[in-house]
Design a protein around this ligand. Structure first.
Ligand SMILES: [Zn+2]
Length: 128
């Protein structure tokens, strides 16, 4: 139980740090003032696997969202990982791309080895 408790404390600390980073980040609308809507389709898979393990769609609230696209690694045993695609996404939005995509390999560590999770995203945006 003790180890469970410390893991959940780590998780809540990570969540608190994430909120702080989001609060400190510039607003998305300041970084991409012509953006009207943004949706990210996110697939997460293991390296070498062709079938995504997880697919979800993130609708971004453009008016309020921080200019921060730092997605957590979905491997619960991964430490120090995650997928910060902020620079790639902001570059696409500044170029007013209606659709863009990219990949990001997690560089965290699981208990036994380097994490092999790869995040693939497709962004669909509209502009004013
Ligand atoms: Zn990871």
């Amino acid at each position: 139980m003790a180890s469970f408790r410390s893991r959940s404390t780590e998780a809540s600390q990570a969540a608190a740090e994430r909120r702080q980073r989001e609060d400190r980040a510039p607003r998305l609308i300041a970084e991409a003032p012509h953006l009207a809507s943004l949706k990210l389709e996110i697939e997460e898979m293991r390296q070498g696997a062709s079938v995504p393990e997880t697919v979800h769609v993130k609708h971004v609230a453009v008016a309020h969202a921080p200019a921060l696209f730092d997605l957590p690694c979905l491997d619960s045993t991964c430490a120090g990982g995650g997928h910060d695609v902020t620079n790639q996404v902001l570059a696409a939005l500044r170029s007013r791309l209606p659709k863009f995509q990219g990949e990001h390999a997690c560089n965290g560590m699981t208990r036994t080895a380097a994490c092999t999770r790869v995040l693939r995203y497709v962004g669909i945006a509209t502009y004013k």
